[in-house]
Design a protein around this ligand. Sequence first.
Ligand SMILES: [Zn+2]
Length: 59
Amino acid sequence: MTGYNFACRGIGMDCGFEIRGASSKVEALEQVVSHAKHAHQMATIAPDLAKKVDAAIHP
Ligand SMILES: [Zn+2]
Protein backbone atom coordinates (compact mmCIF):
# COMPACT_ATOMS: atom_id res chain seq x y z
CA MET A 1 0.00 0.00 0.00
CA THR A 2 1.52 3.29 -1.04
CA GLY A 3 0.38 6.81 -0.29
CA TYR A 4 -0.32 8.87 2.76
CA ASN A 5 -2.44 7.66 5.66
CA PHE A 6 -4.22 9.56 8.40
CA ALA A 7 -6.54 8.53 11.21
CA CYS A 8 -8.63 10.94 13.26
CA ARG A 9 -7.83 8.80 16.29
CA GLY A 10 -4.19 9.71 15.72
CA ILE A 11 -4.89 13.28 16.79
CA GLY A 12 -6.95 12.25 19.80
CA MET A 13 -10.41 12.45 18.22
CA ASP A 14 -13.01 9.84 19.15
CA CYS A 15 -13.74 9.20 15.49
CA GLY A 16 -13.26 6.31 13.09
CA PHE A 17 -12.40 8.46 10.07
CA GLU A 18 -9.32 7.31 8.19
CA ILE A 19 -7.59 8.22 4.96
CA ARG A 20 -5.70 5.48 3.20
CA GLY A 21 -3.37 5.91 0.29
CA ALA A 22 -3.75 9.61 -0.50
CA SER A 23 -1.44 10.40 -3.41
CA SER A 24 0.15 13.37 -1.67
CA LYS A 25 0.31 15.03 1.71
CA VAL A 26 -1.61 17.99 0.29
CA GLU A 27 -4.39 15.71 -0.95
CA ALA A 28 -4.56 14.02 2.46
CA LEU A 29 -4.70 17.43 4.15
CA GLU A 30 -7.55 18.55 1.90
CA GLN A 31 -9.53 15.46 2.82
CA VAL A 32 -8.86 16.04 6.52
CA VAL A 33 -10.00 19.67 6.27
CA SER A 34 -13.18 18.66 4.45
CA HIS A 35 -13.87 15.92 7.01
CA ALA A 36 -13.23 18.28 9.94
CA LYS A 37 -15.70 20.78 8.50
CA HIS A 38 -18.50 18.27 8.04
CA ALA A 39 -17.94 15.82 10.87
CA HIS A 40 -16.47 18.06 13.55
CA GLN A 41 -18.08 21.40 12.68
CA MET A 42 -14.68 23.04 12.30
CA ALA A 43 -15.06 25.90 9.84
CA THR A 44 -11.35 26.54 10.11
CA ILE A 45 -8.44 24.47 11.39
CA ALA A 46 -6.59 26.14 14.26
CA PRO A 47 -2.81 26.36 13.77
CA ASP A 48 -2.04 24.01 16.68
CA LEU A 49 -4.48 21.44 15.28
CA ALA A 50 -3.05 21.85 11.79
CA LYS A 51 0.36 21.03 13.25
CA LYS A 52 -1.02 17.86 14.86
CA VAL A 53 -2.74 16.83 11.64
CA ASP A 54 0.42 17.44 9.66
CA ALA A 55 2.40 15.28 12.08
CA ALA A 56 -0.25 12.53 11.94
CA ILE A 57 -0.15 12.11 8.14
CA HIS A 58 2.29 9.32 7.42
CA PRO A 59 3.46 7.88 4.13
ZN1 LIG B 1 -12.97 12.75 12.54
